[in-house]
Design a protein around this ligand. Structure first.
Ligand SMILES: *Cc1c(COP(=O)(O)O)cnc(C)c1O
Length: 393
């Protein structure tokens, strides 16, 4: 069973009942799911996991479903944590790991968030789903909507790579191509939400995509034998993965599953052409100013304003982490390095983590012997055009 007790406004701490559909809190900020962790600690042992399915649903005590028979699954989560041996050797740094999220359903970690959010939305009575998206979120929503038997409405900028559009259509979603930016898509999607009673699954505008993504934190601990790495490098758009893992670490400390002494330093990587979090981190701001005219080939990082900005910045500071911007050229070249040495075709976002690693090694921020995990958040297949037109290929 689930031990979900209530929702809590991430800004004000105000609490709300969890057994109804919610989007943002009245403050306009995200709602976070809270569990009775004392009870969970009393009834659930790490050893019990041995018999659980190899999907994110293995962590069900800290997931929100009332009835797990209604949990939708395409095999999401439990992705490999690969020691990057050849790459590590070439770089003289042998404690480097890659968490390969590209092998998830619909080829990105967006499947984690959508598996949980769509399952929960259906459980609470949603009858149609909606999301503006410039990338992988739309495909993941479409896939889980398909197995939920719910109609899905996707709003995408007309200039997104065709793989993203084709995927949603093949998965049965209704796709509206918008002449404009992701913010224009957001406006149109919001109109449909109001007039057609669709449930809005935008990043951090409902509480449960975060719960799906936090399972990356549980998995890392389980795969590292209940220790945590020294550094996690994460390509950050809306920030659900980073915020989610930081939440998972806090939960696991409370459960007594990991030691709270030395949690990983969280690194947020963004594209030089759209780096609102890096700028806000460097200025010491609590919230981030929206980025004007954001541009990058890494569609997952083209997020000029994140509703969870203060949660990203807080996690970076609490963890003694940092924020790094890398160029598109550097991420694509680093993606090739991962490909040639480790046999993984990473998304440019995944490449960005290695580009940031190079910068942080050069500056001495990452020290010899530290255990570092790079998150390849998606597969390169939907971005194959970036290589097809390149003489480097
Ligand atoms: C969405 C996305 C990101 C950014 O994820 P957030 O958790 O929202 O910051 C990174 N990489 C890929 C491949 C994505 O699709």
């Amino acid at each position: 069973m689930s031990y979900l007790t209530h929702l809590e406004c991430a800004l004000t701490g105000e609490t709300f009942p969890s057994e109804q559909l919610w989007n943002l809190a009245p403050s306009g900020k995200p709602l976070l799911a809270r569990y009775d962790l004392k009870k969970v600690a009393a009834v659930w042992n790490r050893q019990d996991l041995a018999e659980r399915p190899h999907t994110l649903w293995r962590y069900r005590e800290v997931l929100p479903m009332r009835d797990f028979d209604n949990a939708l699954s395409l095999g999401e989560g439990f992705t490999p944590l690969l020691p990057a041996r050849r790459l590590g050797k070439a770089l003289g740094f042998e404690t480097l790991f890659i968490k390969d999220e590209g092998v998830n359903p619909t080829t990105s970690f967006k499947a984690r968030g959508m598996a949980v959010a769509v399952s929960r939305a259906r459980e609470l009575g949603a009858t149609a789903l909606s999301a503006p998206s410039a990338g992988n979120a739309a495909g993941a929503m479409s896939a889980y909507a398909a197995i939920a038997g719910l109609p899905a409405f996707v709003f995408m900028p007309r200039d997104v790579p065709i793989a993203f559009i084709g995927e949603c259509r093949a998965l049965g979603a209704s796709v509206t191509l918008v002449d404009g930016l992701i913010t224009d898509c957001g406006r149109l999607a919001a109109e449909g939400v109001r007039t057609h009673n669709r449930f809005d699954l935008s990043t951090l505008k409902e509480p449960y995509r975060l719960e799906g993504k936090k399972t990356m934190g549980y998995e890392l601990a389980e795969q590292m034998d209940w220790t945590l790495p020294d550094v996690i490098i994460y390509p950050t758009g809306g920030g659900t993965g980073l915020i989610g893992m930081w939440k998972a670490f806090a939960e696991m400390v409370e459960l007594g599953w990991v030691s709270g002494g030395k949690l990983p330093r969280m690194v947020c990587v963004q594209a030089e052409g759209c780096a609102p979090m890096v700028r806000a981190f460097e200025k010491g701001d609590r919230f981030a100013e929206p980025w004007q005219n954001g541009k990058t080939a890494a569609d997952g990082l083209r997020v000029p304003a994140a509703v969870g900005d203060f949660l990203i910045l807080r996690a970076l500071r609490e963890s003694n982490g940092t924020a790094v911007a890398v160029s598109d050229g550097a991420m694509i070249s680093a993606a090739g390095e991962i490909g040639r040495s480790e046999g993984i075709f990473p998304s440019p976002e995944g490449g960005a983590t290695l580009a940031a690693f190079h910068d942080l090694r050069r500056s001495g921020w990452i020290k010899d012997g530290e255990r570092v995990v790079l998150f390849n958040t998606g597969s390169g297949h939907k971005y194959a055009h970036l290589w097809a037109e390149d003489s480097r290929a």
